[in-house]
Design a protein around this ligand. Structure first.
Ligand code: CP
Length: 317
């Protein structure tokens, strides 16, 4: 694997999960693989988990790590080609990217949806520029439409906690005060479509995800019906994906908050969320603090997912 921008690039999921299990049980087995190799992590957006877990993964592999926060201390970057640069942006991404490539062996990029043009977001313009111009293997640390390292950690977590071969997994939309991208739910749906689990997406009318990601999932607009018999409840907010209202917030219905009453409808389900989470908007305090909440092991598995992917990339160098 050279680039990693979609969970599908893992190929055989069972093999990837077995590779992740090995990494989790033997975190320092491949210390020599990253020796004298440098990872550059480029952040256009904030992060806690991705920043720390990916750094830890690289250190476990013996790599050196450089972190660049583009909006803190670097020159402000222009990303559009053809723009007359007479404003506040001092450098173009098309020079900055190959320069970054000159300082490292592997690049991780976080570049969220901007909600300016849907086609730019859905064509992953920034991430693809890194792939085209850096000359280095590039992996996504959450891009405009996908967050594959998160999804891999989610799949690892479900694999660790599932009690039956074909669990029912319900990804439910939940309210949030701000417009959030579709990257996490798109990617989670893409990953669940690689399994044979019973996968249901629950969201209000108007919030259906792009069909490219929904795949074979059953989409329901009644959350209570969807939650019945669930073994895993994966909560997430997302803004409107469809082109006519792209990136808008049309609904803040607090009836969609995941509460103890909602969890009582399930098959004693585990609760999952990628974090950060808005308590008592997305999920009530008692649910996230309950013994069935997996949010901390899920976040801990971010090291495992990043290390498994980085290991494959290093092997390709
Ligand atoms: N889940 C996740 O990617 O967290 P951060 O935004 O804190 O990196």
């Amino acid at each position: 694997m050279r680039h990693f921008t979609s969970i599908r690039q893992l190929g055989d999921l069972n093999k990837a999960l077995a590779a992740a299990k090995f990494v989790k049980e033997n975190p320092f087995a491949d210390q020599s693989l990253g020796k004298n190799r440098t990872l550059l992590m480029v952040f256009f957006n904030n992060s806690l988990r991705t920043r720390l877990s990916t750094q830890k993964a690289a250190l476990n592999l013996g790599m050196n790590v450089i972190v660049l926060d583009v909006n803190q201390g670097a020159w402000k970057l222009e990303t559009e080609r053809g723009v007359i640069m007479d404003g506040d942006k001092s450098e173009h991404l098309l020079e900055a990217i190959p320069v970054m490539g000159a300082y490292c062996d592997v690049i991780g990029v976080r570049s969220f949806a901007r909600f300016e043009k849907r086609e730019d977001d859905y064509q992953e313009v920034v991430l693809n520029q890194f792939i085209k111009y850096s000359g280095r293997p590039v992996f996504s640390m959450e891009a405009a439409t996908r967050h594959p390292l998160q999804t891999f950690a989610d799949l690892i977590t479900i694999e660790e906690y599932r009690k039956n071969r074909r669990p029912k997994v319900v990804m439910t939309w939940a309210p949030h005060p701000k417009a959030l991208p579709q990257a996490v739910p798109n990617s989670f749906a893409e990953g669940l479509n690689m399994t044979d689990y019973d996968f249901v997406i629950a969201n209000p009318e108007g919030y259906d995800l792009d069909l490219e990601f929904v795949g074979n999932a059953k989409v329901m607009h009644n959350q209570n019906e969807a939650l019945k018999g669930a073994d895993f409840v994966y909560a997430k907010n997302w803004s409107v994906a469809e082109p006519s209202h792209y990136g808008q917030v049309l609904n803040r219905d607090m009836d969609w908050t995941v509460t103890a009453d909602k969890m009582a409808l399930t098959n004693d389900a585990f609760f999952m969320h990628c974090l950060p989470v808005r308590r008592n908007m997305i999920v009530s305090d008692d649910v996230i603090e309950s013994p069935r909440s997996l949010v901390i092991p899920e976040a801990a598995n971010r090291v495992v997912s990043a290390q498994t992917v980085l290991k494959e990339i290093l092997k390709s160098l």
